[in-house]
Ligand binder design. Sequence first.
Ligand SMILES: NC(=O)c1ccc[n+]([C@@H]2O[C@H](COP(=O)([O-])OP(=O)(O)OC[C@H]3O[C@@H](n4cnc5c(N)ncnc54)[C@H](O)[C@@H]3O)[C@@H](O)[C@H]2O)c1
Length: 371
Amino acid sequence: MIVGVPKEIKDNEARVGVTPAGVKALTEAGHTVLIETQAGALSGFSDDEYQHAGAEIVGDAGCAWGKADLVVKVKEPIEKEYVYFREGLVLFTYLHLAPLPGLTDKLLEARVAGIAYETVRDGNGNLPLLMPMSEVAGRMSVQVGASYLEKERGGRGILLGGVPGVPPAHVAILGGGVVGTNAARIALGFGAKTTLIDVNLNRLRELDDIFGGRLYTLASNSYNIAHVTREADLVIGGVLIPGATAPKIVTRAMVSQMKKGAVIVDVAIDQGGCVETARPTSHSNPSFVVDGVVHYCVTNMPGAVPHTSTLALTNATFPYLLRIANLGARQALAADPGLAEGLNTWDGRLTHRGVAESQHREWTSAAKVIG
Ligand SMILES: NC(=O)c1ccc[n+]([C@@H]2O[C@H](COP(=O)([O-])OP(=O)(O)OC[C@H]3O[C@@H](n4cnc5c(N)ncnc54)[C@H](O)[C@@H]3O)[C@@H](O)[C@H]2O)c1
């Protein structure tokens, strides 16, 4: 197969769909890999490294898309890229089609086979191609929060771990899923006093076991949330109700009771945020202040660490990519029902129930279309 890897052109997107290690494995398996020049540069991978691993470097996006049977990306295509859609093309990337009827139309019209990272499931029903980005964002949230707690960035001038004779900062983490657990690991590593709140008591039990009692756990209710946010120097939002807008469990009134110069990192902002005063921001203008509290609400946090994020993402996506390349899309989808859940469009038909329901369209199951 010919595998094409175009350079990402969405604003502030520095990740790339395949690393040099991926190129090596694909070429060893007999495939041809076309990398658009500079596609990996912002993630720390040069054209030379790709070439050395066996890739052919092509000068423009038209070649990377146009000559490939299978295109691998990171973000959903933006309008400028729609011109490359054509019948027979297999596209493997984040698609996020539910809120994008325009992109859905274009994929269907051009009869592209669109396999979306975010809907692929593993044998346990988890979303293995979403998880690495939550790991990155969870770990990064503490690092970012520590930096904003410094005086010159608007914070209250407190060192997360304290020093002998001076108590550490208090970090409050809302939600004990992938983001929350990774945030807890880093906050405890820094030596901060760390409290984690979740509605799921079994999850709190597991975390209590994992962190051996160093982590304070609390059941989620408005009394506990008000108490903990009032005490906290850094609040991290990592709450998720799958498929739904995040519940605003930290109200405006609670924010007004927080310490001046405290910091909120609302990681859940991509689902609307779990803090009432949060609104989406970008890497070019990441923070703002409400009631003396610094808010950091970047919707694509992993984009700030593209080298780590590209490696974490491709570690998860690559085994699927190799199977699609080796078997062909139809056979790879037929062999793995979890991968088939990733199929969103096929030969002009919408094949994902969630996307269809949110866009009020008809759909056909992946199993039926691939036969
Ligand atoms: N901003 C970014 O760049 C970025 C990056 C990655 C992930 N995210 C987002 O971070 C959020 C969390 O992701 P995740 O992978 O950790 O999800 P997850 O499903 O692993 O964890 C969510 C947790 O929230 C808990 N929860 C639900 N309702 C709650 C409530 N009322 N009070 C307390 N806890 C509650 C759940 O029990 C669960 O443990 C998602 O919205 C995800 O999209 C954002």
